[in-house]
Design a protein around this ligand. Structure first.
Ligand code: ADP
Length: 260
């Protein structure tokens, strides 16, 4: 036989359990809604470059004559750019998954800083708009650091690609490198459209894109991943930005300075 008190407790326990079920149902619905939104975002993001690749491939296939070589090469260049762009997005997605499942592993090695800078700038050059240029240090030739090379590449290419994307033609992007003690600081300075002050607070949130960025392609994932990786590795990322003037992103990473 149950006492009234026991029955009351039982009822309240059941109600709690039911509330939990409702909550988890709601969570599941939210999650599935988020997944649908995400899939639509991704499909959209892939569609435009893919149709560009298809067009360029078709045209490149038509320009078979020797005197059409220039045109053919232009289209092949476009294809390469867009494939690279899609590859970057996929790498971002893979990064998210690994970060979330805790499966991310880092690989440290020694490499010259100039190697990464040169590679990142070389790739970014293909994305430059008319009259845009990248200013970067060329006097760090024999500076060897110990860090995760792929991650440094991912960080710098994300930031430089953003600087290009969110700046107009005929602007300069400055890459400044400074190493002191065991901290490497890289600044990426652009003269672009900047981030509206009231949105600056959200800029590292996943999928967030500022109002003035929505007409450009993007997923709002890059900065979020960059920040996670840097924080996992004891580094940091900060920025200052002024609308219609430009932005400066500042990255620090702890490095083992092996040679100067
Ligand atoms: P994506 O560029 O794919 O939208 P990111 O995570 O790289 O995603 O950046 C998030 C948002 O931050 C961008 O959508 C844009 O609004 C803003 N942003 C990032 N870098 C810059 C920059 N250099 N200048 C202006 N806005 C920027």
């Amino acid at each position: 036989h149950h006492t009234i008190q026991e029955l009351k407790e039982e009822v309240s326990l059941r109600m709690e359990a039911e509330a939990r079920t409702n909550e988890s149902l709601k969570k599941e619905r939210d999650l599935s809604e988020l997944k649908t939104k995400f899939l639509s975002l991704v499909s959209h993001e892939f569609k435009t470059p893919l149709s560009g690749i298809l067009t360029s491939a078709t045209l490149a296939g038509k320009y078979t004559q020797t005197e059409q070589q220039e045109k053919r090469e232009k289209h092949l260049g476009t294809i390469k750019n867009k494939v690279k762009y899609l590859d970057n997005i996929l790498n971002d997605f893979l990064s998210i998954e690994r970060l979330e499942t805790g499966k991310v592993t880092y690989k440290f090695s020694q490499f010259p800083l100039s190697k990464v800078i040169n590679e990142v700038v070389y790739d970014a050059n293909m994305l430059l708009k008319d009259g845009q240029r990248i200013n970067y240090p060329k006097n760090i030739d024999d500076y060897v650091i110990e860090f995760d090379e792929k991650i440094l590449e991912l960080v710098l290419s994300n930031l430089i690609n953003n600087a290009i994307k969110y700046s107009a033609e005929h602007t300069t992007i400055d890459l400044q490198v400074d190493y002191k003690d065991s901290i490497l600081t890289v600044k990426i300075i652009d003269q672009g459209r900047g981030i509206p002050e009231k949105e600056q607070h959200f800029i590292f949130k996943r999928y967030f894109r500022a109002e003035n960025a929505l007409l450009d392609q993007g997923t709002g994932i890059g900065l979020n991943i960059v920040k996670s990786h840097l924080e996992n590795l004891g580094g940091s990322i900060t920025f200052t930005s002024k609308e219609n003037k430009g932005s400066t992103f500042i990255v620090t990473v702890p490095i083992t300075n092996t040679q100067k």
